[in-house]
Design a protein around this ligand. Sequence first.
Ligand code: HEM
Length: 124
Amino acid sequence: MELWELIRYLHVLGLALFIGGQIMLVVAIVPVLRGQPEALMLGVARRFGIAIAVALAVVVGTGVAMASKFSLWEDETLQAKLAVLVLVLVLLGLHIASPRSRAISLSLVASSLVVVWLGVALTH
Ligand code: HEM
């Protein structure tokens, strides 16, 4: 496997965890744990928080490497993607501060889906 294939693979793996984990929370984990002892949701949140931090570090590291290698910093789709990623990070901060706000949680999932969309648009 070539180095750039590996880097792209890690980017896709990281974004799969980042977005797939959020969808898994919305469709299965949160509905099942609603009404259960709070410690269960806290345990899931703590472990998923670590996983998503690793996933974000991987997508940012590999994304920066690819953007430099393929000279994409001037690309408007990449710039839009990074702007929405900043919004995702702000929402993540707000979500950590107010974990019970549904509006914040759903905005976080929605803006993450937009980042994936712009990532796909970037590659065609
Ligand atoms: C949560 C954050 C991110 C998500 C969800 C995401 C999503 C994606 C997706 C879906 C692709 C297409 C993968 C493919 O078809 O092989 C992609 C490719 C790419 N992303 Fe990201 N990305 C993220 C962060 C970043 C960051 C921070 C950068 C740069 C600073 C970046 C730069 C790139 C580049 C350069 C490509 C490849 C373009 C190409 O192959 O021509 N990404 N990303």
